[in-house]
Design a protein around this ligand. Structure first.
Ligand code: GLN
Length: 471
């Protein structure tokens, strides 16, 4: 029996090298857990049929001396990441049988390092949601408390890890889809800087906000996986070259707290109490905690719910019933579109398309879209200035604890509030991480959210590792 709960990338690597167990042994352990638990949790939509072949390739790399730290590490992919020859459905009916014809950049990178892709995980349809309840393939349960949601949209990727059904996993984050589920399931979730990881081969939601990121049980695992996928890709025009990225500078050991942002409505008192404890922990670790004023940051959520639906409405126009996936036959071309899209898209996706189409329509474009773009710019400047004084900015990850199924599904605006603290990082393109910060009396996890300047993921890892030791 392998102690999966306490296994990290580094430990697994040591075991592979010393011969304590092989990649196949480890993969078989995970397959066993998945078989036992996935029927109930529904973290995976599919376990790939070539898992053991992949394990053998990794073992070959250990034999011929080409193995790296990531070789043989069993990983879960989110259902919006293309892996050649396998289905990627974005948990939507419209892409139910869509088989990827090429590898996404991240899959290609990891393949050459001998990573083992275990399967694809459930998510909110096209990554729109905060609970994984908008998936066309059923709910994913939170392994910590199965009456509650795992968060979303990368709910399957975190649940896979939380149930010990993978060593690490990948998610995507447009407004919080990595960090909020990480907080809900007691794991570490990293959203890198926009442009750090290629979006090539990732099914788009909001192209100016989407970013692939990593989940791990420890900050170090999230960091190691990030290092394995981080890099320039000429196939993504928004990918940033290494030499154009900001170089690390020494830390000031000063962290900012945007006090007025924490006094808004809808933030649970337990969350605020935990946050104050987290500030004390960081002080203990030698950081100075200072109040900072960010008067514009509270508009991030409104800006996000204008820009993201606008981008959704144009990105999802490609699903016309002809080029990809589900096709409904009809006499007239227009009816092919309406029938296929009507049948293929779920309620939340249709809501966002309608909203986005309205926002971009003649007569409203200036009032909504252009205004939001201007405010986005102002928020970016505000954060950039704040980072002249402090290394990082902290808040809770989510304004509320993991909620029960159905609790917020009929209240879209209540659901959108999940993104209150996570969305500013997407608006400003900056990196952010969620780190477990203890549990409430019911055993449900809290998360600490840390934001850093552009391309300064190193700050998140440094503070994260210092913090992790004190929880
Ligand atoms: N919860 C947010 C939304 O529904 C964020 C989703 C995401 O990051 N993909 O849009």
């Amino acid at each position: 029996m392998i102690d999966l709960r306490n296994l990290t990338i580094e430990k697994a690597h040591e075991h592979f090298k010393s011969g304590d167990f092989t990649v196949t042994d480890l993969v078989n352990e995970y397959l066993k857990v998945i078989k036992e638990k996935n029927g109930d949790i529904n973290a995976y939509l599919e376990v790939y049929n070539d898992v053991l072949d992949q394990a053998r390739v990794a073992e070959g790399m250990f034999k011929n001396g080409t193995a790296t730290l990531m070789t043989g590490i069993p990983l879960a992919l989110k259902d919006n990441m293309l892996y050649k020859g396998h289905i990627a459905s974005a948990s939507s009916k419209i892409l139910e049988n869509y088989v990827a014809t090429y590898d996404s950049f991240i899959v290609k990178q990891l393949k050459t390092q001998g990573v083992v892709f275990l399967g694809r995980t459930n998510m909110d349809e096209f990554a729109m949601g905060s609970s994984t309840e908008t998936s066309a393939y059923g709910n994913t349960k939170n392994p910590i408390d199965t009456s509650r949601v795992p968060g979303g949209s990368s709910g399957g990727s975190v649940a896979a890890l939380a149930m010990d059904g993978a060593l690490v996993s990948l998610g995507s984050d447009t407004g919080g889809s990595i960090r909020q589920p990480a907080a809900f399931c007691g794991l570490v979730g990293l959203k890198p800087t926009y442009g750090a990881v290629s979006r090539f081969g990732i099914i788009s939601m909001g192209s100016s906000l989407d970013q692939v990121g990593t989940f791990g049980k420890t900050v170090e695992d999230a960091e190691t996986l990030f290092n394995a996928i981080n890099g320039y890709d000429e196939k993504d025009s928004t990918s940033v070259k290494k030499e154009e990225r900001i170089q690390p500078l020494p830390l000031k050991k000063k962290i900012g707290v945007p006090r007025s942002f924490l006094s808004g409505d809808g933030i649970e008192s337990d969350i605020l109490k935990n946050f104050e404890e987290n500030c004390k922990r960081l002080e203990k670790a030698g950081y100075e905690i200072v109040d900072i004023s960010l008067p514009l940051i509270k508009y991030s959520l409104a800006v996000y719910y204008i820009i993201s639906p606008a981008e959704v409405s144009s990105n999802l126009a490609r699903y016309d019933g002809i080029r990809y996936g589900l096709h409904e036959g009809a006499d007239k071309l227009y009816e092919v579109y309406t029938k296929s899209r009507g049948k293929g898209f779920g309620k939340e996706v249709r809501r966002r398309i309608l909203l986005g189409t309205y926002i971009l329509s003649h007569g409203y474009y200036d009032a909504y879209y252009n205004t939001a773009i201007k405010v986005r710019h102002a928020i970016k400047e505000e954060l950039k200035n704040a980072f002249k004084e402090v290394d990082a900015i902290i808040t809770p990850t989510s304004p509320f604890m993991p909620f029960k199924f159905g609790e917020k599904l009929s209240d879209p605006v209540g659901m959108y509030l999940s993104d209150l603290f996570s969305v500013p990082a997407n608006i400003a393109d900056i990196p952010a991480i969620s780190i477990p910060s203890g549990k409430n009396s019911e055993g449900l996890p809290f998360g600490l959210h840390i934001m850093a300047p552009l391309f300064r993921e190193d700050i998140l890892f440094t503070i994260g590792k210092d913090f992790e030791k004190l929880v």
